[in-house]
Design a protein around this ligand. Structure first.
Ligand code: SAM
Length: 296
């Protein structure tokens, strides 16, 4: 190959200058310039020729290139049309890469995947996410109902900690529950801010999401469960009891039903939502649903 790899400060600068480009802060453009970090990300995702990989936000192609070395096929969705010709050039040596100009939040992931991959390979999602929309992207991925074998994504360290947090810790909240309801989540490693161009203000972390090892008992009504989870974390410092009343009302009849459900499950009134495991939240939602308690 004539060109040096994309991921280095010198090459990144050269590419940006040649195309007369500036980094768009509004699109979360902090490009990775450290080849070792990129290799670690690809290794964490255990990408091999058995895998088709979807990437969100290829930038100038630093991660895409490393994925292309290992994967069967790579498809990357990039919103910034200025970068499409750049990617055409930087990734020209790789015939297993497809770039699509697309806002990931507007993409029907299931459809895009069906159109571009053969369905014969494992499916992984690997990305250095644009930080300004990390949570919406994660929710969009989970709601997209695609059966990913693994999702390996870089995000702000604080968000990564919330996503992978366990009950009883300060970071555990509705995001942890929303994600861990679907997949097992852990932080693979921390990435210092110095490996990006331009440098972000905070450190980052790689989150590894994998298929749940244990099949989860689903709530009786998933929409009810999800709405309840948001509601019980709405005021983090309030008790579960107070948040439940905020969610379902304070009418004597409602309160009596709430009290009954909490008592049946053996939950103290003063307990906070952050103490409950996802299984306990499902039990709570099922108990409330059975008593026909409805949101206000
Ligand atoms: N993958 C490259 C790297 O690691 O160097 C770039 C990562 S950069 C943090 C995020 C990328 O996501 C940028 O290229 C940005 O233009 C792109 N992006 C931002 N919002 C997007 C969206 N809604 N849909 C698709 N791509 C988006």
């Amino acid at each position: 190959m004539d060109n040096p790899q994309i991921a280095s400060p010198a090459r990144t600068r050269a590419i940006m200058e040649r195309y007369n480009l500036t980094f768009k802060k509004s699109l979360g453009q902090n490009f990775l310039t450290d080849i070792n970090i990129l290799r670690k990300i690809v290794a964490a995702a255990e990408v091999s020729t058995d895998d088709d990989v979807i990437e969100i936000g290829p930038g100038i192609g630093a991660l895409t290139e490393q994925l292309a070395h290992k994967a069967h096929q790579v498809m990357a969705l990039e919103i910034d049309d200025r970068l499409i010709p750049v990617l055409g050039e930087t990734l020209a040596p790789y015939d297993n890469v497809t770039i699509i100009k697309q806002d990931v939040l507007k993409a029907d992931l299931k459809q895009v995947i069906a159109e571009h991959f053969d369905g014969q390979h494992r499916l992984k999602l690997v990305a250095n996410l644009p930080y300004y929309i990390t949570t919406p992207i994660i929710m969009h991925i989970l709601e997209g109902d695609v059966d990913f074998d693994a999702i390996v994504v870089m995000m702000q360290k604080e968000v990564a900690q919330r996503l992978s947090a366990h009950p009883g810790t300060k970071d555990y909240g509705s995001l942890s529950v929303a994600v861990q309801y679907e997949m097992d989540a852990k932080i693979a490693f921390i990435v210092p801010k110095t490996v990006f161009m331009p440098q972000p203000k905070v450190d980052s972390a790689i989150v590894y999401l994998s298929k749940r090892t244990e099949q989860r008992v689903k709530p009786k009504n998933e929409a009810f469960f999800k709405q309840m989870v948001k509601g019980i974390f709405l005021h983090r410092r309030k008790s579960l009891w107070n948040n439940l009343q905020g969610l379902y009302g304070k009418e004597p009849e409602t309160k009596a039903k709430l009290e009954q459900v909490l008592a049946d499950l053996g939950f103290e009134k003063a307990v906070r939502a952050e103490r409950l495991s996802i299984e306990e939240m499902i039990q709570l939602a099922d108990g409330l649903f059975a008593k026909k308690i409805a949101g206000k």
